[in-house]
Design a protein around this ligand. Structure first.
Ligand code: FAD
Length: 648
């Protein structure tokens, strides 16, 4: 039975982090050289953590399944990264960023963590500028900012629509420096497939070489997971196709609690799904909502004519357009948070005002006003690459006709539970970036994931991990032939043998697609008790069929992407069920978790603070046994908890 202790430091909110740093245990330089740390992941969280810890003097082994650390999913991040610099002089502050983030997350995150995040946000910008990240600048040379949802200030730093790529190049340069110095061993195309515990502590991993299929063992004094989110449970999402939950889920099965799995983010602006053979959805960055206006035809007849091709969007007059976000939320307008904007778009489409010709599932994102006001060149300068991407995919020119958009799965707020020091319920196992249950509560504000990943990697973990490692300086390097490694190695080989030997008829993708459809229909943008109950049964049946009728061509001992996928989909099935259970137990609506039974008269999410102000953390109790839930109560002492209101 776990007793969750967040180990939040005592003292006033603004002093907790500095107090922690002043009083924590440190490891001296000579001892750092004796300690090894495995970092799984080379996205912004993993690369920044690996580089910084190596710079401090630890030995780091850093894994990714891509062919280069530089190809981690973080590279796809488009719009920007938040920081409370207040360069615009528009009233921003560390407290305001903290406040917006807690409110945006619908009061389901830990105050002390969010405050620390806001505090270190400014250091991230300085660090990245120092590395040469080419953030956009104003005419006078100052760093430029734009606005993202859920904020009344402009605090988002950006590099056109390629912010993730530029930040990752910065972190990768820092990592490469350490690889050259011999402090980081960088291992690509190798996937962590299990965690190894020795005497209850994380002491290593089992991996699979994706080219040869060889199973390998690695030992270290601590293991850091920076493996990203589990959005691909839904099959279609904006995430990289390889993004998966395998490392996190296997660690969960070894004792790491998994928190708030039902908190997934639906992003309002994505190119709508087109046809059944699509395997990926393409995001149109939230930054576009700075200048784009979202609307649908006010009259259903007009929407029908648009769908049948009788009318073009430009032919709908101003009076006959419904700028529904501006109408419903005058204060924040098109820049309401993602959960609010997504639900409003769904509501309009469900009411028959959608504009996509086959499904009716799309609304317009229109730049004509902005082009008239600012000129095409300015719009091109700000969003050129996004417009080009949209045109390449849809064959429509967004300078001339409004973009069509619809909400997809985009990010997962749930994840591995960790305490203030980013340590999970397994001593010596840390979780950072998107794979932890994070600082975003039930809904993440735009441009906050990059901030969190880099905060964790550059500025938080390199301190907090020392508080754990200070105790480990006399622990000698481990051998990988201990019974614990032998056992884990054997179990993994059995798992891959089992997958290969099913020799059924159905492809991995057919199972994954079916899982995705079940999830999207019942655990997507709107959830009901009945739908969730049904989902649990449907997933259990699908899982049973998967283990009976899966077909994997090829061999285990070669590059076999079908086998890789199957190993990941097996875990998506399990986490899918837990997401449904979590969503079923949470009898309230908050952030991205919208239970239709719990809404205000105006269709807004209705929280139940009395009964659900906690982090729901699930313990694995064994194969085919139900998970057990443990609660970490959330206490708000520095912010008034109230119904979110973006109208005024
Ligand atoms: C299209 C898109 C645009 C976005 N734009 C923004 C934005 O503008 N601003 C913002 O703040 N956020 C944005 N986000 C969210 C943000 O990009 C991610 O949340 C963030 O980059 C995640 O970083 P990470 O380091 O935690 O994980 P990732 O970048 O997902 O990296 C995961 C790493 O783990 C490795 N890995 C995973 N499993 C294993 C395993 N089993 N073994 C070995 N290695 C493994 C992978 O190889 C990879 O290196 C966007 C997301 C998407 C999808």
């Amino acid at each position: 039975m776990y007793k969750l202790n967040s180990r939040t430091p005592e003292g006033p909110l603004e002093q907790k982090w500095s107090n922690f740093k002043s009083n924590q245990n440190l490891v001296n330089p000579a001892n750092k050289r004796k300690l090894d740390i495995i970092v799984v992941g080379t996205g912004l969280a993993g690369a920044s953590a690996a580089a910084t810890m190596a710079e401090l003097g630890f030995n780091v082994i850093n894994f990714c399944y891509q062919d280069s650390p530089r190809r981690a999913h973080s590279i796809s991040a488009q719009g920007g990264i938040n920081a409370a610099k207040n360069y615009q002089g528009d009233g921003d502050s560390v407290y305001r960023l903290f406040y917006d983030t807690v409110k945006g997350g619908d009061y389901r995150s830990r105050e002390a963590n969010v405050y620390r995040l806001a505090e270190v946000s400014n250091n991230i910008i300085d660090q990245c500028v120092g590395q040469g990240v080419p953030f956009a600048r104003e005419y006078g040379g100052m760093l430029d900012n734009r606005s993202f949802g859920g904020a009344l200030v402009s605090r988002t730093f950006y590099a056109r629509g390629q912010t993730g790529q530029q930040l990752l190049l910065g972190a990768y340069s820092a990592l490469s420096r350490q690889v050259k110095k011999g402090k980081v061993t960088s291992i690509s195309r190798e996937e962590m497939v299990d965690l190894v515990l020795v005497d209850g502590r994380a002491r290593g991993i089992i991996s699979r070489d994706l080219i040869t299929g060889e199973i390998r063992r690695y030992a270290a004094h601590a293991v850091v997971l920076a493996t990203g989110g589990y959005g691909n449970t839904f099959f279609l999402s904006t995430m990289a196709m390889g993004a998966n939950v395998n490392a996190a889920w296997q660690s969960h099965k070894k004792g790491a609690l998994f928190s708030n799995p039902c908190f997934v983010q639906i992003h309002p602006t994505c190119i709508p799904q087109h046809g059944d053979f699509q395997s990926k959805l393409t995001l149109m960055s939230e930054s576009l909502r700075n200048d784009g206006r979202i609307w649908v035809p006010a009259k259903k007849e007009d929407a029908e004519k648009i769908r049948s091709g009788e009318l073009k969007p430009k032919e709908i007059t101003e009076e006959d357009r419904d700028y529904f976000l501006e109408r419903r939320y005058p204060a924040f307008g098109n820049l309401v948070p993602r959960d609010v904007a997504s639900r409003a778009a769904k509501e309009r489409c469900d009411a028959g005002h959608g504009v996509e010709k086959e499904t009716g599932l799309a609304v317009y994102l229109d730049f004509s006003d902005a082009i008239e006001r600012l000129g095409k060149d300015t719009i091109e300068e700000k969003y050129g690459n996004l417009f080009q991407m949209y045109e390449k995919i849809t064959d429509h020119n967004p300078y001339e006709t409004p973009m069509m958009i619809y909400p997809p799965i985009h990010y997962t707020m749930g994840g591995i539970w960790d305490d203030y020091e980013l340590m999970t319920t397994i001593p010596g196992l840390f979780a950072i970036g998107e794979c932890n249950f994070s600082d975003h509560g039930a809904n993440r504000l735009g441009a906050s994931a990059l901030m969190q990943g880099l905060a964790d990697g550059y500025f938080v973990l390199p301190y907090t991990i020392q508080n754990y490692l200070a105790d480990q300086i006399n622990v000698p390097r481990f051998k990988t032939d201990s019974p614990e490694f032998e056992e884990a190695d054997k179990k993994i080989k059995e798992r891959f043998d089992k997958l290969m030997n099913i020799k059924g008829k159905r492809t991995t993708d057919s199972f994954h697609k079916e899982l995705g459809r079940i999830m999207w229909e019942n655990v997507g943008m709107a959830r009901t008790e009945k739908g969730l109950q049904k989902t649990i049964g449907l997933i259990q049946d699908l899982r049973a069929e998967f283990w009976k009728d899966l077909k994997i061509p090829g061999e285990q001992t070669e590059l076999n992407q079908e086998l890789e996928k199957a190993n990941r989909v097996a875990d998506f099935m399990e986490i899918g069920e837990l997401m449904a259970r979590d969503a079923l137990h949470r009898e309230e609506s908050c952030g991205g978790h919208f239970r239709e039974e719990y809404q205000t008269g105006e269709g807004e999410a209705l929280r139940n603070d009395k009964d659900f102000t906690y982090v729901a953390s699930w313990e694995f109790k064994g194969e085919d046994k139900e998970h057990e839930m443990h609660k970490e109560a959330l206490v708000f002492e520095n912010i008034e908890v109230k119904q979110r209101d973006y109208k005024k």
